[in-house]
Design a binder for this molecule. Sequence first.
Ligand SMILES: Cc1cc2nc3c(=O)[nH]c(=O)nc-3n(C[C@H](O)[C@H](O)[C@H](O)COP(=O)(O)OP(=O)(O)OC[C@H]3O[C@@H](n4cnc5c(N)ncnc54)[C@H](O)[C@@H]3O)c2cc1C
Length: 287
Amino acid sequence: MVLPNFEYMAPKTLGEACNLLAELGKGAMVMAGATDLIPPMKDRVIKPEYLIDIKRIPDLDYLEFESTEGLKIGALTTLRSIETSPIVKENNPAVAHAAKVVASTQIRAKGTMVGNICNASPSCDTAPILLVQGAKILVQGPNKDRCISIDDFFVGIKKTSLESGEVVTGIIIPPLGENEKAAYIKHAVRKAMDLAIIGVAARLRIEKGICTDAKIALGAVAITPIRAPRAEEILIGKKLTEEVIAEASVAAMNSCNPISDIRASAEYRKDMIRVFTKRAIKQAMEG
Ligand SMILES: Cc1cc2nc3c(=O)[nH]c(=O)nc-3n(C[C@H](O)[C@H](O)[C@H](O)COP(=O)(O)OP(=O)(O)OC[C@H]3O[C@@H](n4cnc5c(N)ncnc54)[C@H](O)[C@@H]3O)c2cc1C
């Protein structure tokens, strides 16, 4: 299937990109790796009149770690760079893992983590790990820049809280504290090139044998990736015994409202949330 007609624009500055997006309105879309854009354009599911390619804008491809601020990931940093980066593997291995389980090596060599979250698919693999780690989304608009908490970023299926003319410039993932560990587990039929049936991320702080903080996030079981606050409450302040983990996993299962589709039934998804929450908690405990 050939692509429909569209106008290609490649601004050289962020200001130019924001102004173009604001002027051209809903017919214009930002293009990074284009891995999420091209297939639905070919299928005529989306028909942008203008693609604003941001790849010629300098300084958007970066990957840094600072002990106070954490991991900084640019809008043009590919999933493959994140997955293979010694900086990420050393300081936040769960983020490297979440990048690694997306699609295939070829797709990850083009696709970005920023594009992954801006596409805002409920099954997007990098969202749960960003949710449990309190990531901040850096945004540049035509008149101002701002920072959106990942908790406020996803607002619906393929919908984010970005406003007209806004471009995401990067993601900041705060550093894991002492005694904190995180994990993301994707459940899919095939190991590569398969969207998640469900995904679960966990971040735990364990001090003197007691869980003093917990964050659980779920993918592919609601219209957006979500947190599971009741499951978190059950874990906090307790020793993480089999019984406590099982109780939290049931709470996570009860907090989601999945659909049935070609990948799995709603009932199966719910049960897998129970199973994989248990596994994600244990994996985070072990680091
Ligand atoms: C065969 C195949 C398999 C896949 N498997 C998986 C999978 O297993 N798991 C998974 O999570 N994803 C999967 N994907 C989806 C995809 O690869 C990712 O979502 C990818 O990370 C998107 O990044 P990109 O740079 O290509 O974004 P693009 O395609 O360029 O853009 C995606 C969306 O984000 C917007 N956007 C991009 N950058 C910005 C920005 N800086 N500011 C504002 N808006 C922006 C675009 O306008 C568009 O709406 C798969 C895709 C394909 C084609």
